[in-house]
Design a protein around this ligand. Structure first.
Ligand code: PEP
Ligand code: MN
Length: 274
């Protein structure tokens, strides 16, 4: 059948039905799931204000990093536990499930008590110890594509998680490194329909890291939905110019709200076509 990659067994489509991943009352893979929030949790006021605006815009989940994988050790590293407590408060206020990244195997268990979805970032896509550790939890995992990774390598990473007994993996295309420098990464949207041929797992797209430029995020979000993505994850900041990480790619809450409105129109149009 579709078993193009011989070691991709559990993640392979193999003629079986698609998987949806349940997060609270949501089902990722059924309809369009929109995740919004800041790159980093910076303070209680910043996160709570952004969370409320993201909710008002019609998002389904809230993102916010508290352990940041920064290129420089001198850059803001995240608030850690303090940030998780702020995320918990935002969930209490808005009802939005929380997505947050874990960098270290030692943090997987205790952090999974605070978050609804564990994010594995691009830089850790082939951190096999971390993949095994999240595979031992019963929390859904958002697995980002490594910036130098092929689809085969990415699906093998999903396989590590599934093999440990955790069936809830969501793939996230976030752009790969190419010779192009105008954009931060090259968003590989062909990965979306390609993955639909290869795997039963839901696929979402991150045009924020995929382009690195606020002006390109809405068009690439709409293109992601048109290409068949099950969801979007978008960085939103109440005041992008003040963001402590990834400020060039942060949308304002108003820009995010417009994006969500248009993305839902594209999604229902696409559904009408099939
Ligand atoms: C992030 O989501 O803030 C992040 C660091 O993403 P990536 O791992 O895709 O670079
Ligand atoms: Mn970021």
């Amino acid at each position: 059948m579709n078993n193009t990659y011989k070691n991709v067994k559990l993640a392979s489509l193999n003629g079986l039905g698609r998987t949806t991943v349940r997060v609270g009352d949501l089902e990722v893979g059924n309809g369009l799931t929109v995740i919004g929030g800041p790159c980093s949790v910076e303070s209680e006021e910043q996160l709570l204000e952004t969370a409320v605006r993201v909710k008002q815009a019609g998002a389904d989940m809230l993102r916010g990093g508290v352990f940041k994988p920064r290129t420089s050790p001198y850059s803001f590293q995240g608030l850690g536990l303090k940030g998780l407590k702020v995320l918990e408060k935002a969930k209490d206020i808005t009802g939005l499930p929380i997505v947050s990244e874990v960098l270290d195997t030692r943090d997987v268990r205790w952090v999974s008590d605070y978050v609804d979805v564990i994010q594995i970032g691009a830089r850790n896509m082939q951190n096999f110890s971390l993949l095994k550790e999240v595979g031992k939890t019963r929390k859904p995992v958002l697995l980002k594509r490594g910036m130098q990774s092929t689809l085969e390598e990415w699906l093998n990473s999903a396989e590590y998680i599934l093999k440990e007994g955790n069936p809830d993996v969501i793939l996230c295309e976030r752009g790969i490194r190419t010779f192009e420098t105008y954009t931060r990464n090259t968003l590989d949207l062909s990965a979306v329909p390609a993955l639909k041929e290869l795997t039963h797992l839901p696929v979402i797209v991150d045009p924020s890291h995929g382009t690195g430029k606020a002006s390109l995020i809405e068009p690439m979000s709409l293109a992601s939905v048109a290409s068949g993505a099950d969801g979007l994850i978008i960085e939103v900041h109440r005041d992008p110019s003040q963001a402590l990480s990834d400020k060039d790619q942060a949308l304002t809450p108003d820009q995010f709200s417009e994006l969500v409105r248009k993305a839902r129109i594209v999604h229902s149009t696409m559904e009408g076509l099939v």
